[in-house]
Design a protein around this ligand. Structure first.
Ligand code: SF4
Ligand code: SF4
Ligand code: SF4
Length: 253
């Protein structure tokens, strides 16, 4: 039986998620026993006509991105968004918070007309996405879990509980009690609360849980001495396209 043909593509991104795959070391060899990698710009020159599984890194931010993602979807059996840029729009989507012309000029100066740009969107805004792997960068164990599940014809586990749950299970000291900021109560788990585990605060890189009480989280952060403006700004870093943030109201002074 032939092995599934797997391809990787990058759109608007820092390519950190793809680099994370090249760092799989020993796992990379066992991965190659399971699948044939037929296109992967960061590691090989070959191009393929079609693929059983296409992994997409990066957000959609130019007219050429739109054309390319439609073409890839047409050629792919299963399509997986990889990392916060692809799943959420990610840090790139903060561009949408400013006037387009101002952003173009700030980045390209007088050459701004040479680089057509559109508001940043996640991959799912344009094509059907079968599975998502969240995080900035994506977590390599989760990547292996999703790929193995697809190869075995199983549904990968989907996380929709808060980072605080994993953090508590790890018996970490809450960084809020140390005077630090944290978005764990509304951020989507699956990372084993790696940031608080290492004394850092959660910036919400995996996006929000689906029923996030954003107003409540802002109220809680205010009680810990942070302003509503700061809380909203930090929430917007990865999830500026999430309407829960834009609609959030903190009903408490
Ligand atoms: S999700 Fe983060 S690491 Fe991955 S491409 Fe985007 S910015 Fe880079
Ligand atoms: S450190 Fe953050 S993630 Fe952990 S319990 Fe406190 S608020 Fe939740
Ligand atoms: S703890 Fe928060 S910021 Fe850190 S990896 Fe998990 S979701 Fe991302």
């Amino acid at each position: 039986m032939s092995k599934p043909r797997v391809a990787f593509f990058d759109f608007t991104s820092c390519e950190g998620c793809q680099l994370n795959k090249l760092n799989l070391e020993n796992d990379l060899l066992s991965l190659l026993e399971l699948v044939d990698i037929v296109e992967f710009r960061e590691a090989m020159d070959d191009k393929a006509e079609n693929y059983d599984v296409a992994f997409i890194e990066g957000s959609i931010s130019t007219p050429s991105c739109v054309k390319r993602i439609y073409d890839i979807r047409r050629r792919a059996g299963v399509l997986v968004s990889l990392g916060s840029c692809a799943v959420l729009g990610g840090v790139n989507a903060m561009k949408n918070l400013h006037p387009a012309d101002w952003v173009q000029e700030a980045v390209y100066g007088d050459d701004k007309y040479l680089f057509p740009s559109i508001p940043v969107q996640p991959v799912s805004a344009y094509v059907k996405v079968d599975y998502e792997i969240r995080g900035c960068p994506m977590s390599t164990p989760e990547f292996l879990h999703v790929l193995k599940s697809i190869v075995l014809g199983r549904k990968p586990e989907i996380f929709d509980h808060a980072v605080c749950v994993e953090c508590k299970l790890h018996e970490n000291e809450c960084v809020l009690d140390k005077g630090m900021f944290c978005l764990g109560p509304v951020s989507r788990a699956g990372c084993e609360a790696i940031c608080p585990e290492n004394g850092q605060y959660c910036t919400g890189c995996r996006g929000l849980i689906s029923n996030a009480n954003v107003g409540g989280a802002i109220h809680m952060l205010k009680r810990h001495g942070f302003s509503e403006q700061e809380a909203k700004k930090k929430l917007q870093m990865y999830s500026s396209l999430n309407k829960l943030i834009n609609e959030a109201e903190c009903r408490h002074a």
